[in-house]
Design a protein around this ligand. Structure first.
Ligand SMILES: [Cu+2]
Length: 126
């Protein structure tokens, strides 16, 4: 299934407009797109500042359902979770970046997907 590009553009434009109208502060970053496929995240490394707010568009370009779970550095505590996104859909999420610098794991928790390589890293650095 092909992703309708007009909708991607609309989402991106919406993000930009929202950013412009925000009145500063907060360090929000918009327009970030993560492609979800079978079985990968692209890009698979994200870099962000401590406490930053990230607006991310999750695009499922695969044939399977995928989700997006951000774990704390203990590898267990869920900091952010977006449940399954259907193939061909894109969803915008807002993720608060942890304050503590370091690497945080992002995985798709659909059985077998993490094991198949559907893992990414959120790198928090000042
Ligand atoms: Cu998956």
């Amino acid at each position: 299934m092909r992703w309708p590009w007009m909708r991607v553009m609309a989402l991106l434009m919406g993000g930009l407009l929202a950013a412009c109208g925000g009145g500063g502060g907060g360090g929000a970053s918009s327009g970030l797109v993560i492609e979800m496929g079978d079985l990968y995240f692209k890009p698979n490394v994200l870099t962000a500042k401590p406490g930053q707010t990230l607006e991310i568009t999750l695009e499922n370009k695969g044939a399977l359902e995928h989700n997006f779970v951000l774990y704390d550095q203990d590898g267990k505590t869920v900091l952010f979770e977006r449940d399954n996104i259907q193939p061909g859909r894109a969803v915008k999420v807002t993720v608060k970046v942890p304050e503590k610098p370091g690497n945080y794991e992002i995985v798709c928790t659909v059985p077998g997907h993490k094991e198949g390589g559907m893992v990414a890293t959120l790198r928090v650095q000042p």
